[in-house]
Ligand binder design. Structure first.
Ligand code: PBG
Length: 333
């Protein structure tokens, strides 16, 4: 719908009238942040310590499975609907063939089972990509220095199935291989998982803002970069093509990632396709806010809420953010 705004001349129109007090501003607010907008990404491990701090993600810990169960309970009580799980594997389980990714008793399927049995009504989103499981840190299989698409997709199908059999509700392919959404959807249908949701990382850019995440999942030194599969930050129309492909292959929801540097993409995607569009406020965005706050340059909660509202304004249906639990607490008070 488009219309020409009718503007009275000053002083008939005084836009400040609507801003004069907290209640008038609240009365006419166009967008609001609600706890149900939040998806909380957490990192899990299976070592003996409950929590391991992540240096580059101040205030975020890697959690043991027992601790993750505890956090899931707290998150649910705060009204958070979905947790996104990421694994931190022991060094010796990372291999060039990423076989730990398809282990039915691997870390993520095990964590899903534990959380689902303790907190059955929280949604679990799992990443589908090989980077936490490879010794080189790429999302796909590497052959002669190249990421091979179709062989990777075969692995992603297996990875999806072990995670779904563990209890994952939403699979989120973050690998950016071609054809993976259709292949995963077919495999889910063929195995009777008709209700499993796919949230495709459809427009995922090759970004510097993933730095702290690599630390969080323990990728030591990524060989090369991810530019042959993740998108070039120069492009916008290409994001629409990627989203169109993923919807046509069976994605229920799509995602744009990173968040704040790509708000224009969030807006174009949500306006063009009218499908649930999510945005990931990634690790580097989180770390930037924490660092600026630590230096006394800005107020933590105001900065965080402003970024999350910006995503809503751009048209996001929901946001993956490491601030989710904190913000859920803020919204409750
Ligand atoms: C991997 C994956 C990445 C993130 C989520 N899944 C990193 C990457 O693609 O290199 C980034 C999350 C973040 O930075 O918070 N497939």
């Amino acid at each position: 719908m488009s219309f020409t705004p009718i503007l009275a001349p000053f002083p008939a129109a005084r836009p400040r009238r609507l801003r004069q007090s907290a209640w008038t501003r609240d009365l006419v607010a166009e967008n609001r942040l609600h706890v149900s907008d939040l998806i909380w990404p957490i990192f899990v491990h299976d070592r003996d310590v409950a929590c391991e701090p992540i240096t580059s993600l101040q205030g975020v810990d890697r959690l043991s499975i027992a601790q993750a169960v505890q956090e899931a309970k707290e998150a649910r009580d705060l009204g958070i609907n979905v947790l996104a799980l990421f694994p931190h594997l022991d060094e010796r389980l990372r291999t060039s063939d990423a076989k730990a990714a398809i282990d039915p008793n691997g870390l993520i399927p095990t964590a899903c089972r534990a959380i689902k049995s303790a907190v059955p009504d929280i949604g679990l989103l799992v990443d589908v990509a090989l980077d936490p499981y490879t010794d080189h840190g790429h999302d796909g299989l590497l052959v002669d220095g190249n990421i091979v698409n179709d062989a990777t997709v075969e692995m992603l199908i297996q990875q999806t199935l072990v995670q779904v059999e563990g209890g994952a509700d939403i699979v989120a392919p973050s690998d950016m291989m071609d054809g993976r959404i259709g292949a995963i959807r077919n495999a889910l249908e063929a195995t009777g998982h008709h209700d499993t949701l796919i949230m495709s990382y459809a427009a995922k850019y090759a970004s510097a803002f993933y730095g702290p995440y690599r630390d969080a999942i323990g990728v030591k030194a990524l060989k090369g970069d991810k530019k042959t599969y993740q998108m070039d930050s120069a492009n916008s129309d290409e994001a629409l093509r990627e989203v169109a492909i993923d919807i046509s292959e069976g994605a229920d929801m799509v995602m744009v990632k990173p968040g704040l540097p790509y708000l224009d993409i969030v807006q174009r995607v949500s306006e063009t396709f009218k499908v649930p569009t999510f945005v990931y406020q990634v690790s580097g965005e989180y770390a930037m806010i924490k660092a600026a706050v630590e230096k006394g340059f800005m107020d933590h909660d105001r900065a965080v809420l402003e970024t999350l509202l910006a995503f809503k304004r751009a048209g996001a249906s929901g946001i993956l953010t490491y601030f989710a639990k904190h913000v859920a607490q803020l919204l409750k008070n």
